[in-house]
Ligand binder design. Structure first.
Ligand code: 5GP
Ligand code: ZN
Length: 139
């Protein structure tokens, strides 16, 4: 039982939103604070409450992916390009703890800020060490 989740309340209609699409397992609506002045920034969420991508049950995975693809098809016509971003935990920029995908239509010179990270370099031997560590964590 989840208490006080803003996105759960939006799904239930307790908080208003501008809905774009809904089916039995997923919900898509306009982000209240679009990432560019051109707007059209959409949040796609599962109706079941999960916090992180790793919490998502396989039974909701296909429906969610399909909705992300469906909305992406529309947004690639609305804009000139598209970024899909999904934040997990505060340190990665997640402020609403209900799993969500940001679908952000892009336009030439739209002023989007986190467009491209600065590219770092691995130290000697570090790339294999990190790859080994991550592979050892795979289930
Ligand atoms: P996060 O930073 O957690 O990845 O993204 C949360 C997003 O939810 C933000 O982009 C924010 O603008 C959006 N948001 C927060 N509260 C509301 C709301 O009440 N309605 C809508 N439509 N979007 C919201
Ligand atoms: Zn929720």
């Amino acid at each position: 039982m989840v208490v006080d989740c803003i996105f759960c309340k939006i799904i239930k209609g307790e908080i208003p939103c501008t809905k774009i699409y809904e089916d039995s397992k997923t919900f898509a609506f306009l982000d209240i604070g679009p990432a560019t002045p051109r707007g059209g920034h959409i949040l796609v969420i599962p109706k079941n409450h999960y916090e992180l991508i790793t919490d998502l049950k396989d039974s909701d995975l296909i429906a969610l992916t399909k909705t992300v693809k469906k909305i992406s098809e529309a947004l690639l016509q609305y804009g000139e390009g598209l970024n899909i971003i999904q934040n997990n935990k505060k340190v990665a920029g997640q402020f609403v703890p209900h799993l969500h995908f940001h679908l952000i239509p892009r336009f030439e010179n739209d002023g989007f800020i986190i467009d491209r990270w600065s590219s770092n370099k691995y130290k000697e031997g570090e790339i294999d060490k990190i790859a080994g560590k991550i592979k050892s964590l795979l289930k």
